[in-house]
Design a protein around this ligand. Structure first.
Ligand SMILES: [Zn+2]
Length: 251
């Protein structure tokens, strides 16, 4: 499966952290071809095969991977023995300090985010679209890693994966008003009477507000809609499409 590895996390030998693309799987149109989501109408046996291909290439046990039933919320789940591949919790962030337990966030325009605390050896995977970002799912996950594992914000490394950017994410006036009212006017762009939103600008502002420094952050600077040849894009693919994933794993 074709994947993109984080530069920021590359030097940690006890960690695997990457993002998948739409290439290297077995799914058929319109899910061509590395779709990892069961809920989008794809053949479940193809989706399972894609998961197995990814697990084999990365060397983890697919049955131990935890993914999510993502609902654009600010719900965060701490992963323990009760969570397995077949029982994904309903939430938009996963955190754990368990080894050999891959965490997976799926996306097709929303921002997939991977977090690592090299001091406490804890990890997180976050799904942040517009709603999740405006509900502060990312800073809430940082706080929860602090409560659960003693993670200090200045120790964290945070990677924002491929997502739709402000070049392509057109929004309506009420969303623009809500974004401005919540304190993120810099995330808005107006062009020829249309409004565009850059969710990553919200996320970066939130990280700045809780004291995360720039050198703790990496942003994969690819817009999924501009680059729908490489990534699934809910908008560019007209809603019927697959999902890619961010995966993080303590070895
Ligand atoms: Zn774009």
């Amino acid at each position: 499966m074709k994947t993109i590895h984080s530069r920021l996390l590359a030097d940690f030998s006890n960690l695997t952290a990457l993002f998948t693309t739409r290439h290297g799987g077995v799914s058929k149109a319109p899910y061509i071809n590395a779709n990892l989501a069961f809920h989008v109408g794809d053949d479940p046996s193809d989706v399972l095969r894609n998961h197995d291909l990814l697990a084999q290439s990365l060397g983890y046990d697919r049955r131990l991977l935890v993914h999510m039933r993502q609902i654009h919320s600010d719900h965060i789940t701490i992963i323990d023995d009760s969570h397995t591949f077949d029982t994904p919790p309903q939430c938009d962030a996963l955190i754990t300090d368990r080894k050999h337990t891959p965490l997976m966030v799926m996306s097709a325009d929303c921002t997939p985010i991977l977090l690592y605390d090299p001091v406490r050896n804890a990890i997180g995977a976050v799904h942040a679209g517009r709603a999740g970002a405006l509900n502060a799912i990312l800073p809430k996950t940082v706080q929860k890693m602090g409560n659960a594992f003693g993670s200090q914000s200045y120790d964290l490394r945070i990677v924002l994966g491929p997502s739709i950017h402000g070049c392509c994410y057109e929004i309506n006036e009420s969303i623009a008003n809500e974004t401005e009212a919540k304190g993120y006017p810099n995330a808005l762009r107006q062009e020829e009477g249309k409004m565009f939103l850059d969710v990553n600008t919200i996320l970066l502002q939130q990280l700045d507000e809780i004291g995360i420094a720039w050198d703790q952050i990496e942003m994969i600077d690819h817009c999924t809609s501009c680059r729908c040849d490489e990534y699934f894009s809910y908008r560019a693919d007209h809603r019927r499409t697959g999902r890619m994933a961010g995966v993080i794993l303590l070895k």
